[in-house]
Design a protein around this ligand. Structure first.
Ligand SMILES: [Zn+2]
Length: 194
């Protein structure tokens, strides 16, 4: 086998390999599209410019600089994906810093509900702009379960009316405890009452 034939075979195998890779990328992108997965689509499409650049270089060795252009296009894809991943996280950080005011409003609103003696452990969780609230309220220990349920329902309504981003409120109902007994049990762990 002559040197030229060898080089030709290597070139053919490289080109075939790249073409196959591009086909696989397109199949992967289609699967991502069907499964509605942005990550899979981005992952498959981002490989195509690099493969196309190598393919062009093997066919036309004169345009070796196309490889650098391909690398630049891939960098843009990577930056775009990184930005898309960071965007919701940044949004949540901004929401969280704005929460302090909302938390005071919630405390005020809860204490204004009739029969609520006190409240503590008011916590918020922000996911994609939606706010989840979790809190403890203390009521007269002699009230019936139906009364307690009714009070927590009113507490929820009050909280929901404060901000349309609040999509869920979880109220832990507790009996009011005298000052001297302010250590109570929360679902298995002993917590100092605030
Ligand atoms: Zn508690």
């Amino acid at each position: 086998m002559s040197k030229n034939t060898n080089a030709d075979s290597i070139k053919k195998v490289t080109v075939l390999g790249i073409v196959m890779n591009i086909i696989f990328c397109l199949i992967k992108a289609t699967v991502g599209w069907i499964g509605n997965s942005q990550a899979v689509i981005a992952d498959s499409i981002s490989s195509i410019p690099a493969l196309a650049a190598v393919l062009l270089c093997s066919i036309f060795p004169g345009i070796y600089y196309i490889d650098s252009i391909g690398a630049m296009i891939v960098s843009v894809f990577i930056l775009k994906v990184a930005f898309d991943i960071m965007k919701p996280a940044l949004g949540e950080m901004i929401d969280k810093s704005a929460d302090q005011n909302l938390m005071s409003l919630i405390k005020e609103a809860v204490l204004s509900v009739e029969d609520v003696k006190s409240t503590h452990k008011i916590r918020s969780r922000v996911t994609s702009g939606a706010i989840f609230i979790d809190l403890h309220i203390q009521v007269d220990e002699k009230l019936s379960i139906a009364d307690g349920h009714n009070i927590s329902g009113r507490v929820k309504e009050k909280i929901f009316s404060l901000d349309s981003r609040i999509i869920d409120v979880l109220v832990h109902l507790e009996p009011e405890i005298a000052e001297t007994e302010k250590v109570h049990i929360h679902h298995g762990d002993i917590t100092q009452s605030l």
